[in-house]
Design a binder for this molecule. Structure first.
Ligand code: 0RQ
Length: 503
C-alpha cells in the first residue's frame, strides 16, 4: 500500500476500517463512491454495518443516509440494508436487500436522473453532506487522488463533504491512472458556461481529483475486487431484439446520411444491450464511438475488434472474467477509454450536442409509447431511472427495448396504459421487442398504437390490445389518444389478483 500512497501526510492517516467507521455517527449523511458495481468502498461500509448491528443489539438507534453515484455492491448497499442501517438512499439502487426494504416501506428512496445529482447537491437541494467515503486507486506525491474504476459523483462528494474517508484499493489496476478526465468547470446558474466538449474523446479536465488534505480523516487500505456481475450469453430473445435494432440502425444511417462511424452510442446495461454491442462488430460501421454511462464487456470486445475507436463513460460494469482481462491488459485499452464525472458523462447539453443514439431497456410500454423503466405494477421500485432519462430525452435517437412478455408470459410488456411513466411518448422514438420494431417518429398517438400493437406486442396479447383499442375508439371521452380509464389498468389488477394478465 505504501507504493499506492505516495504522500506522507496521507500515509500518517492510515487506519483500520473499524477505526474509520467509528468516525461516523447515527443520523449522518454519507456520500459514497460507486457506480454499477464498480469503484465503491468495500471495507468501511462493512465495518459500519458491524457497528450498526452492535448499537442495535444494545438498543440504540443507528441509521444513516447514503448518497452514491449509482448502484454499488453487496458489501455496501447489501450489508448496510441487511443491518437495517439505511434510513434514506439516493439516487439509484439495484441491491435486492435494499430494494426489499424500500418496497416494504422501511427505507426512503429518491430515484433521480443521474446527471442531476451533483448539481442538486451543490444547489443545496439535498441537505448537508457529513462524510464522504471514496474508493481511489492511489494518492500522488502532490496529494491528488487517482480515481478508481468509477468516477460517479466523487468529485462533488470530495468537494462538499465536511470529512473524508479514503479507501485505497490495491486490486484496481495502476494503469487506471491517466484514464480519467475530471472537469472542474461546472458552475451554478447564473454563472454556468458551456461545457467545452465537442467530440466524445475530448479531454477537458485533469486526470486526478483534488482534495483538501485537512478534511481527510482516514485512509484505509483494501484489496477486494469490484462486484462485477456475471455475464450470461444472450439468448434467442436478446438476439432477436438486437437483430431488429442493427437492421434499423443500418437503414437509418443510409436514410439520414450518417457517417460510417454512426453517432456516439449510449447503451444501458444487461444482456440485450450486450447483444447489440456484439452484433455491431459484424456490421459495416467502423471507427465508432460511445458516449455512455458504463463500459460493458461488449464494448471492450468492440475495441479489440477495431469497431469502436473510443468510449467515454463514468464507470466500468464488467463480468468477473472481463474485469480480470482488463486488469491484465489495461495498457491495450488505456488510450481508448475515458472516465468522467456522471454530471458530464450524462450531461443533457452534451448528449444533445453529440447526438447520441440512446438504447435502454424498459419494464413496460403502453400503446401510446409511454415507457415505465422503474416501477413494477406501479408501486414496487425495481432499480431506478438511472441515466435513461438523461439520454432518452436528449439523444438524436431514443430506442427502448424489452422482451414482449415477462414472468413466463404471465405479463405483457405492452399494456393499454403504463402503471407508471418514466419516459413520456415524446422521449421514445423507437420501441423494440423480439417480435419487431416500431419507428414512432412523426406518428400521432393513434398511429403509434397501431404500430406498437402490430409490431411489438406478443401474439398472445395482441388480440386483447386490438379489442381494447377498438372499444376505446368507440367509447373514449376523446379521440386524440382513445382510452378507457376504468379498464386501462385492469390488466395489472388482474395480474395482482390472479398471477396473470391473461383473463
Ligand atoms: O424480475 O428478477 O424477479 O425475475 O423485472 O427484468 O428482464 O431481468 O431485465 O435486468 O434488463 O432490467 C428496465 C429493470 C430491465 C433495467 C430494467 C421483471 C423481471 C425481473 C428485471 P425478477 P429483466 P433487466 C443505464 C440505463 C432503468 C435504468 C436504466 C433498469 C425484473 O434496464 O433498471 O435504463 N432500467 N439505465 O421479471 C413486471 C413487467 C416486467 C417485470 C420485467 N412488465 N412487469 N415485472 N419485469 N418486466 C444504466 C444505469 O443507469 C446505471
Amino acid at each position: 500500500q505504501q507504493a499506492r500512497i505516495r504522500n506522507s501526510d496521507f500515509r500518517s492517516k492510515i487506519m483500520s476500517a473499524e477505526d474509520a467507521a467509528a468516525l461516523i455517527s447515527d443520523g449522518s449523511t454519507i456520500g459514497m463512491s460507486g457506480f454499477t458495481g464498480s469503484g465503491y468502498p468495500k471495507a468501511v461500509p462493512l465495518a459500519l454495518a458491524d457497528r450498526i448491528r452492535a448499537e442495535h443489539a444494545r438498543g440504540n438507534p443507528f441509521r444513516v443516509k447514503i448518497w452514491t453515484g449509482a448502484s454499488t455492491g453487496p458489501e455496501l448497499d447489501g450489508a448496510l440494508a441487511e443491518a437495517d442501517g439505511i434510513e434514506f438512499r439516493l439516487p439509484y439502487n439495484s441491491d435486492p436487500v435494499a430494494r426489499q426494504r424500500i418496497n416494504d416501506g422501511r427505507m426512503d428512496y429518491v430515484d433521480m436522473h443521474l446527471s442531476q445529482v451533483a448539481p442538486m447537491a451543490w444547489q443545496g437541494f439535498l441537505g448537508r453532506l457529513d462524510t464522504a467515503v471514496i474508493e481511489i486507486a492511489g494518492i500522488t506525491p502532490e496529494g491528488d487522488l487517482i480515481p478508481s474504476s468509477s468516477v460517479g459523483n466523487n468529485k462533488t462528494w470530495l468537494d462538499i463533504a465536511e470529512r473524508i474517508i479514503l479507501e485505497v484499493n490495491d486490486w484496481q489496476s495502476p494503469l487506471l491512472d491517466g484514464m480519467h478526465d475530471i472537469y472542474y468547470g461546472t458552475a451554478l446558474p447564473p454563472n454556468r458556461v458551456p461545457i467545452p466538449l465537442i467530440r466524445p474523446d475530448d479531454r477537458i479536465g485533469q486526470p486526478h481529483f483534488r482534495v483538501d488534505p485537512a478534511k481527510v480523516a482516514a485512509v484505509v487500505a483494501t484489496d477486494a475486487p469490484d462486484r462485477n456481475a456475471p455475464f450470461s450469453p444472450p439468448g434467442a430473445t436478446a438476439e432477436a431484439i438486437a437483430g431488429h435494432i442493427l437492421e434499423f440502425l443500418t437503414w437509418e444511417a443510409r436514410r439520414a446520411g450518417l457517417p460510417p462511424s454512426l453517432l456516439p452510442l449510449q447503451s444501458g446495461v444487461g444482456n440485450v444491450p450486450n447483444a447489440v454491442m456484439a452484433g455491431l462488430i459484424d456490421t459495416p460501421f467502423e471507427q465508432m464511438t460511445a458516449f455512455t454511462e458504463v463500459i460493458q464487456d461488449g464494448m471492450l470486445d468492440m475495441i479489440e475488434a477495431g469497431t469502436l475507436r473510443v468510449a467515454s463513460a463514468t464507470a466500468f460494469s464488467l463480468s468477473p472474467e472481463k474485469a480480470q482481462y482488463f486488469n491484465d491488459n489495461a495498457a491495450r485499452f488505456r488510450d481508448r477509454l475515458i472516465l468522467r464525472p456522471q454530471e458530464i458523462s450524462n450531461n443533457p447539453e452534451l448528449v444533445r450536442r453529440l447526438g447520441c443514439i440512446a438504447m435502454n431497456c424498459l419494464i413496460e410500454a403502453d400503446i401510446y409509447g409511454n415507457v415505465n423503466s422503474t416501477r413494477i405494477m406501479g408501486s414496487r421500485v425495481q432499480n431506478g431511472i438511472g441515466g435513461s432519462g438523461d439520454f432518452a430525452r436528449n439523444g438524436y435517437l431514443s430506442i427502448f427495448m424489452t422482451p414482449s412478455t415477462a414472468k413466463g408470459g404471465a405479463i405483457s410488456a405492452i399494456v393499454p396504459q403504463c402503471s407508471h411513466v418514466d419516459h413520456i411518448g415524446q422521449d421514445v422514438q423507437v420501441l423494440v421487442t423480439e417480435q419487431g420494431l416500431a419507428d414512432l417518429r412523426g406518428l400521432s398517438p393513434r398511429q403509434k398504437a397501431e404500430a406498437i400493437v402490430a409490431r411489438c406486442a406478443h401474439p398472445a396479447y395482441r388480440p386483447m390490445l386490438e379489442d381494447y383499442m377498438a372499444r376505446a375508439a368507440r367509447l373514449s371521452h376523446g379521440q386524440y389518444a382513445p382510452s378507457l380509464p376504468s379498464e386501462a389498468l385492469s390488466w395489472h389488477q388482474r395480474f395482482m389478483e390472479t398471477g396473470s394478465m391473461m383473463p
